[in-house]
Design a protein. Sequence first.
Length: 608
Amino acid sequence: MIDRRKLLMTAGAGVGLAAAGVPAFASPRQTAAAGQLTAFMDRAFERILDSSPETVTAFGLDTGARADAASQLSVPTLAEEEKSRALTRSLRAELAAIDRGALTGQSAIHYDTLAANWDAVIATYDVPYGQGGWPDIYRVSQQSGAYQSTPDFLDSQHRIESAADAEAYVSRINAFADVLTAETERVREDFARGVVPPDFITAKAISQQEGMTSTPAGASPMVNSIVRRTAEKSIPGDWGPRVERLLTERVYPALSAQTAVLKQRLPTAGHEATVARLPAGEKFYANSLHYITTTRLSADEIHRIGVDQVAELSARADVLLKAQGLTQGSVAQRIAALGADPQYTYANTDAGKADLIADLNRQMQDMQARLPQAFGRLPKSGVEIKRVPPEIEAGASLGYYNSPSLDGSRPGIYYINLRDTSEWPKWTLPTLTYHEATPGHHFQIAIQQESDAAPKLMNLVFFSSYVEGWGLYAEQLADELGAYESDPLGQVGYLQSLMFRAARLVVDTGIHSKRWSREQGIRYMVETLGDQESASTSEVERYCGWPGQACAYKVGHNEWVRLREKAKAALGPRFDLKDFHDVALAGGGVPLTVLERVVDDWTARRMA
């Protein structure tokens, strides 16, 4: 594991010319271009870190020369957003000045990856709302906004090992009030443009915010976090009372002011779900699909793919269900009956939730033993399983993952939403673990962060279709590795997971391209998948606020499978699964178009 003190010096320069893809007998032009790209990636990594103290902390780099970052938060003013956009445009211009025609191998892949990412981000700037590079229409919703992200960030990412770390935490609590105030001003700007969340999103955000401010400051998770962690490290100080005072005097009033703005607009928010109702909404959705899927698939094409794959997967699930004696009703009705069977449900108590977490850990240990069958390289970083904090679980997704720090001091964390254990029948859980932890998100992201072939800059570039596509591919790989040999209902859960992602293609495009209502989307999910209405409602409302994001999963999975089968067909007996995985993961996340080039180059080398 690379030492934290050396990390910044080696962020780009640590990729030598051979690793960067320079031929053994490179021409002066090739050598010069590769060197320029390496130096550029080093500078870009530093500049991006300079612009985001949260990123510095997330990577565990807020020490030494960057220690000040540990006490700072980004304040989302219009001026700061314009600075961020200017930085992206500046980086893209610097990249364009490098001779792309002279780059080969990994250098060419890095260049094309960065170019594709920044071009897609810059394209989103044409629409005067959203977060610039991520399809989050609304600054504050049931799933977005500082009221959610900052407390979670402070608890899960901000390190407390010393009094200085605790002092930095207090400073960030103080800055949290400024973040909320600036964010509220941006919400007003969006409202003036006509960019208002539908009533069901606004109402849920209000409810969650009021839940936070109705909690006595002294009992806030933000107080509990610093009190617990300073006690664990025996760090003396009046940390709890200081944070409590800041919450009472600054943070809660700022949050209440934001809630008041949402409440004022709620009566006229409207109920229509589609982004197409907003100014330039159709363009926003087209940008989002391109950015998220890294393809040029249209909404109509994605919709058709979803419909076809739901039908195919339902037919496969039908065979498995019949083999278990479940023959009556539609596939969705039979899956719903399985989900309602109390023998497959954990008790909705603290003890039942602890049992659930323990079972997930056992499943991860079993999978860990199977990984050498499919991978030549395993990550060093561990992964922890935690419950989504109860105060945000109502609006949070069902499961998600936070990556480990670059220096290995903090493991990856796989969060599962346990607001109601009836949403997690036992036969559905193994697949979630394989997706979020191993061999899914944790495995892929940890390999990327630990790879000598992946410049540190590549850890700042995120391609949802690659990452989420890999998560679904990991579910398929778990099946191929025999994880369900003695668990046929677990295999039903795996197929239901794929059906769920295929159904997302239908609903996301249905809402934002075909103007489906929220209720129509919920009905489709319930009737197609047999899910509980509460779970389907949370999912559909998520799609309403993040147009296109739900399409990343199945589009990405389809491409991972297609590229593997393409390589197998070309190589025949020379195809090596371990080598395929190691090569496709080693360089870090890339657009799907670039992933195809990586696989094709590997195939050509093995055929030579």
